[in-house]
Design a protein around this ligand. Structure first.
Ligand SMILES: Nc1ncnc2c1ncn2[C@@H]1O[C@H](COP(=O)(O)OP(=O)(O)OP(=O)(O)O)[C@@H](O)[C@H]1O
Ligand SMILES: [Mg+2]
Length: 145
């Protein structure tokens, strides 16, 4: 898979499939920051990544989730953050952010801008946005260190 690339997906299934493909290039300790507006597809992409990593029980964004933990036989633990409701970096720290980052496992972060200055170096950044091409089109750009 290329290092940096962008694609337009035409429906949520294509976004999930992209996640499945991305999963095969992830390694233990990788942190994936998912940037994008409400409804841009961050959770759908995370769902695909989890599926690709062999997680069976990934549900779509529960309402009060800040961090969810999934387990995969092949990939170990996956931490999935949604920092949307975090109002300050202090609040992010209070929920044990540092401890999660020190753990092994793969970390997926929605709304990473709410912890921008605390993101580790060398993370994979993915930007998602609504595309003008069609109603369900999403433009997705992947940047790897
Ligand atoms: N190409 C597409 N890729 C992903 N989702 C799509 C696409 N087209 C339509 N959708 C729809 O857009 C919505 C994306 O929801 P999702 O929960 O993944 O967004 P999100 O970026 O996680 O939003 P939030 O910031 O609220 O967590 C879903 O309702 C999905 O069905
Ligand atoms: Mg989401």
């Amino acid at each position: 898979m290329e290092r940096d690339f962008s694609v337009t997906t035409k429906n949520e299934d294509e976004t999930i499939l992209l996640g499945v493909k991305l999963a095969s290039s992830l390694m233990d300790g990788d942190v994936v920051a998912l940037y994008g507006d409400l409804g841009s597809g961050k959770t759908r992409l995370a769902k695909g990544i989890c599926r690709g990593l062999g997680v069976n029980d990934m549900v779509n964004s529960p309402t009060f989730m800040i961090v969810n933990e999934y387990h995969s036989k092949s990939a170990g633990i996956i931490y999935h953050f949604d920092l949307y409701r975090m109002k300050s970096e202090a609040e992010v720290l209070q929920m044990g952010y540092d401890d999660y980052m020190e753990n092994r496992g793969i970390v997926l972060i929605e709304w990473p801008e709410h912890a921008e200055r605390m993101l580790p170096e060398n993370i994979i950044k993915i930007h998602l946005s609504h595309s003008d091409e069609c109603e369900d089109c999403r433009w997705i750009k992947i940047e790897r260190p």
